[in-house]
Write a protein that binds this ligand. Structure first.
Ligand code: G6P
Length: 622
């Protein structure tokens, strides 16, 4: 979703802002803009619709915009169409046109999030003589700040805190005030924002990769705080306007990790990084052949006392929850419920005492997952976040955090973060089962060995990628694809189907194989592709029967199965084998060919693999 950057220092701001925005492209956007100030002069606002290069062209790669202090934005439309007039930055001055150029304004700003009561606030401002040129909630916030700034003749920090008390919703805001050259003011509530400092320069961004090239020293501004950002120095304030101190954090990521490193797309790079992401995550959890979750604050006593686990997440993270449900129930004999965060947050779900609510999230910023976490806390459940981005809101607000170590993930379609989440949940399942006495010491050792072998086995699956590349060229014109499986294979099908549809734009659905007969089979036509996931020994023959039923109605069949199950070839047109593993952990291997299939199909169709249309990496609005 929208990306924010800011810079104030000694260098020309616009090229730095454009570079930062380019590193936030993965978040998804449909227009972009900059506001840069040259000393005391009014901010010059430049906007462009479409891809970032349009904005770069308009400003000669930033060179034609003088000034060392500025803010930038990539917009993912929520209120109002993707258009020049709705693109950020927005200005407080009453102007016509799109708010571009040097508009006489006291405040200019960018925003990520949604202001829920913006209509009511707009009406108030209209009564006070403000006029609006855009349809955005952001223009309303900028003008509301301006209103308080002038009405009470207070400084920027107080004008912003007054605004924060009036608005409902979520925001990360970066604002420049005409009377405060060289400074940027920022505020946040439930939308990501970090502030970096270096010698004689400071930076703002929605995410770390945007500023990693310039500094590793960052502050994570908290909810309902305001920052006053000057070159090389930052001050923070709470809602009362009192100064607060925040710790400075050092980012330890490798900058190269956020670059493509020779791969054609980030997604392909990230698919290949899965052995490492899984190994790093497992290494952080397994010490001397034992699983140790104490870094996440999960003691054996606590795991023993659990009555139920509720897993809450969105998108692929929810698919991880679906897979974990089978594994935890089977190994630990503990009831598990898996809920979509967007549903969970509005349901009145009874939670027995000693329920652990696990929120799984790569970004740690997904709006629905964050809201679900807060609901769980209100109900006094214990909460655990399984999160990839260190210092993210979900990580900070949960009682316990188990970090996945996938590193920065840029492609919108998740791969390595999903795989890291899977093994983190598997390790949690094994440890919970062990401390509750549901598995023996010997089984515990076996599971740990099997988990530790996964990274090398993923590497072996990746070696088979040419066959999938070839097969994807045959299916590139498909209209519908069905992914089916039973048990864990169903959970894997869900992820395979999502990978396919989100980047190839081919309609696909995942079905529990036994459900096909209850409606979906009527959609099977000649050459409809049906992909069966066939790894669970007690179930796969039943799924094959369902596939054969499709074949007799004209379907073309692909199967993903475990090495040795050669019987599958008797019924299926194209078979992919994955290495043998304990069946509880098979998702980590079976998902890889499906990721590759989605990837190559998208490439074959000439699509924007890393930034599929209409999607955002981090969904920070409801
Ligand atoms: C978006 C991404 C998905 C991701 C989902 C949840 O839809 O495109 O890849 O699974 O959000 O995101 P999270 O950051 O909470 O894991």
């Amino acid at each position: 979703m929208c990306g924010i950057v800011g810079y104030t220092g000694k260098d020309q701001a616009a090229p730095i802002l454009l570079d930062g925005l380019a590193r936030l492209e993965y978040r998804g956007y449909d227009s972009a803009g900059l506001a840069v100030r040259d000393g005391d002069a009014l901010a010059e606002v430049v906007k462009a619709t479409g891809k970032l290069y349009h904005l770069a062209d308009k400003t000669d790669q930033g060179r034609s915009l003088p000034g060392c202090c500025g803010i930038g934005h990539t917009r993912w439309a929520t209120h109002g169409d993707p258009s020049l007039v709705n693109a950020h930055p927005h200005v407080s001055g009453n102007c016509s046109g799109s708010g571009s150029g040097q508009v006489e304004s006291d405040v200019v700003g960018v925003h990520n999030g949604i202001i829920e009561n913006f209509t009511e606030l707009k009406e108030k401002l209209l009564r006070h003589g403000y006029a609006f040129y855009s349809d955005t909630d952001t223009e309303v916030v900028v003008k509301l700040v301006d209103y308080y700034y002038k009405k009470y003749k207070i400084g920027p920090v107080d004008a912003i805190t007054r605004t924060m008390v009036r608005v409902r919703g979520s925001y990360a805001l970066a604002l420049m005030f005409k009377d405060y050259p060289g400074e940027i003011f920022a505020a946040r509530k439930d939308s990501p924002l970090i502030i970096g400092t270096a010698e004689e320069a400071s930076f703002l961004a929605s995410d770390v990769p945007a500023i990693l090239k310039y500094t590793r020293q960052v502050y994570y501004i908290d909810n309902l705080q305001v920052a006053r950002v000057a070159p090389g120095s930052v001050k923070f304030y709470d809602l009362n306007g009192d100064e607060v101190t925040l710790p400075l954090t050092e980012i330890t990521w490798d900058a190269a990790a956020a670059e493509k490193g020779g791969y054609e797309h980030f997604m392909l790079k990230e698919i290949h990084e899965q052995p490492q992401a899984v190994r790093d995550t497992l290494n952080s959890l397994i010490h001397e052949s034992r699983i140790d979750l104490t870094a996440a604050g999960l003691t054996d006593d606590m795991l023993r006392s659990l009555a139920q686990i509720d897993i809450v997440a969105c998108g692929s993270a929810w698919h991880v929850g679906m897979a974990a449900q089978y594994v935890i129930e089977d190994l630990a004999k503990l009831p598990v419920r898996v809920e979509l965060a967007s549903e969970f947050r509005y349901r009145n779900i009874p939670m027995p005492e000693n329920t652990l609510v696990i929120v799984i999230s790569q970004s740690g910023e997904t709006a629905d997952s964050l809201a679900a976490l807060r609901v769980a806390k209100e109900r006094d459940a214990k909460t655990l976040a399984v999160v990839n981005v260190v210092g993210s809101t979900i990580a900070r607000e949960a009682d316990h955090v188990l970090y996945t170590l996938a590193g920065p993930e840029i492609a919108v379609a998740t791969t390595k973060a999903y795989s890291a989440q899977l093994v983190a949940m598997d390790a949690l399942a094994v440890q919970t089962a062990y401390v509750r006495g549901a598995v023996s010491q010997e089984q515990y050792g076996h599971f740990i060995e099997e988990l530790s072998a996964i990274p090398d086995k993923i590497k072996r699956v990746l070696e088979d990628k040419e066959r999938l590349q070839w097969f994807s060229s045959k299916i590139a014109n498909a209209h519908d694809i069905f992914f089916i499986g039973r048990g864990l294979d169903y959970a894997i099908s869900l992820e395979g189907s999502l990978k396919m549809k989100e980047i190839s734009y081919i309609h696909s659905e995942a079905y529990a194989a036994g459900e096909l007969k209850h409606g979906t089979i009527s959609l099977i036509e000649r050459n409809t592709l049906v992909i069966g996931v066939l790894t669970q020994s007690e179930l796969f023959e039943k799924t094959i029967s369902n596939m054969v039923e499709c074949k007799s109605r004209g379907a073309y069949l692909m199967g993903v199965t475990t090495n040795g199950n050669f019987i599958v070839e008797d019924s299926v047109n194209f078979t992919v084998y994955i290495p043998k593993t304990d069946e509880h952990f098979v998702s980590s291997l079976a998902v890889v060919p499906l990721q590759l299939l989605g990837y190559y199909t998208s490439v074959n169709r000439g699509l924007d693999v890393d930034k599929p249309r209409n999607l955002a990496k981090s969904v920070t609005v409801e």
